[in-house]
Design a protein around this ligand. Structure first.
Ligand SMILES: [Zn+2]
Length: 215
């Protein structure tokens, strides 16, 4: 499995198994051209991407989903509990206690007002854990708390994409902000119990699961 990471306000990932490609998250609004350019450099045509899976509905992760769906016909996969968030970025109130979390909320509100993501209609809605639904051997784990519809995606080869359930801004750390803290705690415990080799974050560089000292 090959993984390309494209920093785009949040990490946009392209997971490839041979000629089959899966995109995980779509970057922040306005970063579409950078994502397209990077994939051209890797000789990957956007039309070849089978699915775009959104780990959750925050605007810095869904910013170019509407563009990619419309321009290239890429089907979009989301959890049902974040569909309302996609249509209205202010529909889930976020909370934080850590200064980093408070800053993210403050900065995020400003940028969502200035540059909101284009709305879109998802093509595939996830309601429960699912394995190989997209044909990559992947397992989709609904893990709410950061948002109501947050999901992680794992692969049999040991890669785990956690979206914003954990963030690696300074070091690996549970989400600094949440829609529901108690639910997030439960999801964090569930992530710790998954057998994985490498964790890929929505923000920051990947880490081997073993060294996740803050987990
Ligand atoms: Zn988020």
């Amino acid at each position: 499995m090959n993984i390309i990471t494209i920093p785009a306000g949040s990490n946009c990932y392209l997971v490839s198994q041979g000629e089959e490609h899966l995109m995980i998250d779509a970057g922040a609004p306005g970063m579409g051209a950078k994502i397209e350019r990077t994939l051209v450099q890797h000789q990957i045509a956007m039309e070849q991407i089978r699915y775009l899976v959104l780990t959750h509905g925050h605007s810095d992760h869904i910013g170019n989903a509407a563009l990619f769906q419309k321009k290239y016909g890429i089907p979009i996969v989301v959890h049902e509990n974040d569909v309302a968030l996609i249509n209205n970025p202010f529909s889930q109130e976020m909370q934080a206690t850590h200064p980093i979390g408070k800053t993210i909320i403050w900065v995020g509100k400003g940028s969502m007002k200035r540059n909101p993501p284009q709305p879109f209609t998802p093509d595939l809605i996830i309601t429960e854990p699912a394995t190989n639904r997209l044909g990559f051997g992947e397992t989709i784990h609904p893990l709410p708390g950061h948002t109501r519809g947050s999901m992680a995606i794992s692969f049999p080869t040991g890669e785990l994409f956690v979206g914003d359930i954990f963030m690696n801004m300074i070091n690996p750390h549970p989400a600094y902000l949440w829609e529901d803290q108690a639910t997030l705690q439960k999801s964090i415990r569930a992530v710790r119990q998954l057998h994985t080799k490498t964790i890929y974050y929505g923000h920051g560089r990947p880490t081997p699961s073993r060294t996740r000292s803050d987990f």
